[in-house]
Write a protein that binds this ligand. Structure first.
Ligand code: NAP
Ligand code: ZN
Length: 353
């Protein structure tokens, strides 16, 4: 066991502050890495503030962070995939049982015995729960450590590990591509990656935003059209027309306004995870045989496929790099939708006093 520097929250209303946490020494198939960058996901904020207490209550101290890139510093004797010096990445998953039908289908995100990167019981008993990437180092089983394409900017790669795979996976699952009209709702961290992927897959992409100031950016990121969602006339023009809509909103909103924009057999998938339940008017689903579903992150093989796709097509997240000392300020800005389009922590700042 060794000590790692980190930022943690002591309770739901406490700011994140400097802390020291235990990490296990790398044994067996473990990879130890120095963390260079970690993205800030809105899930970190939900979890730190215990907004998901009904589904995943937070255990404190909580060290969030599941968009991790870094360099391998040491490996256990059983490691074959990575070696010291390699650029690697870790997302939302650090373990699963490798044995269930879900794992065998490369869908570890549905494994009943999965371990999430933070706030999950620590199988290794190094600490009561797993601690995430707001830290200078982490130790992870090599099966959950991804290869990073060498041509990409590292700060822009970090958000791919959650925002990237969480949008890539449902767009692939629902067959988004040429000839499809696709909506992306909420231009934050997830939404802006959804736009980049939907465009790269060849779809006609429409962004829905509440922020008029993001219109130009939406077009630059790849949207063909932008709709200000608070303008009922603009919304009405798109009624019954979408094959697929990806909803990446972090807060309460009227989901029925988007269901009504789906064409026959269209699907709306939620990746946004607001604190409180959303109310669905079933008539919107019945007429048009539309469907409403959800999607969590993605499996490890698909995450590697997504990273390789990004390497090939030169896709990264648009990031605002911050020192870790600004993390609380970044959380407040997330709540105001003031993010362009992902905050990413430069972990070198953790070394500063
Ligand atoms: P984010 O960067 O804060 O973006 C959220 C965006 O939603 C905002 O930028 C804003 O976009 C829009 N929005 C915020 N409040 C709104 C409101 N009251 N009404 C309408 N629109 C609003 O968040 P993120 O990191 O992308 O995460 C988005 C959600 O996905 C979070 O709930 C997060 O926990 C969840 N998530 C789920 C998964 C999964 O596996 N399913 C994975 C990661 C994250 P505009 O300014 O364009 O309106
Ligand atoms: Zn996330």
């Amino acid at each position: 066991m060794y000590k790692s520097k980190a930022f943690s929250a002591a309770g739901p209303t406490a700011p994140l502050a400097s802390d020291t946490i235990p990490r296990r020494d790398p044994v067996g198939r473990d990879v130890q890495m120095e963390i260079l960058f970690c993205g800030i996901c809105h899930s970190d904020l939900h979890q730190v503030r215990d907004e998901w207490k009904h589904a995943m209550p937070t255990i404190y101290p909580c060290v969030p962070g599941h968009e991790i890139v870094g360099r391998v510093t040491k490996v256990g004797p059983g490691v074959t995939k990575h070696k010291p010096g390699d650029l690697v990445a870790v997302g939302c998953l650090v373990d699963s049982d490798h044995d269930c039908p879900q794992c065998k289908a490369d869908l570890e995100q549905f494994c009943p015995n999965l371990t999430l990167t933070y706030n999950f019981p620590d199988k290794h008993k190094t600490a009561p729960v797993t601690y995430g990437g707001y830290s200078d180092s982490i130790v992870v089983d090599e099966r959950f450590v991804l290869r990073v394409p060498a041509n990409l900017n590292l700060a822009g790669v970090a958000p791919l590990l959650c925002a990237g795979i969480t949008t890539y996976s449902p767009l692939r699952h629902w067959g988004v591509g040429k000839g499809k009209k696709v909506g992306v709702v909420g231009l934050g961290g997830l939404g802006h990656m959804g736009v980049k992927f939907a465009r790269a897959f060849g779809a006609h992409v429409v962004v829905f935003t509440t922020s008029p100031g993001k219109k130009e950016d939406a077009l630059r990121l790849g949207a063909h059209e932008v709709v200000l969602s608070r303008n009922a006339d603009e919304m009405a023009k798109h009624a019954n027309s979408f094959d697929f809509i990806l909803d990446a909103i972090s807060a309460q909103h009227d989901i029925n306004a988007y269901i009504n924009l789906l064409a026959r057999d269209g699907n709306l998938t939620m990746v946004g995870a607001p604190e409180k339940p959303l109310s669905v008017a079933v008539f919107g689903l019945i007429f048009g045989r539309r469907s409403f579903s959800g999607s969590p992150i993605g499996g490890i093989a698909e995450t590697q496929e997504m990273l390789d796709f990004c390497g090939k097509h030169n896709i990264t997240a648009d990031v605002e790099v911050i020192p870790i000392q600004k993390v609380n300020e970044a959380y407040e800005r997330l709540l105001k939708s003031d993010v362009k389009y992902r905050f990413c922590i430069d972990m070198a700042s953790l070394k500063a006093k």
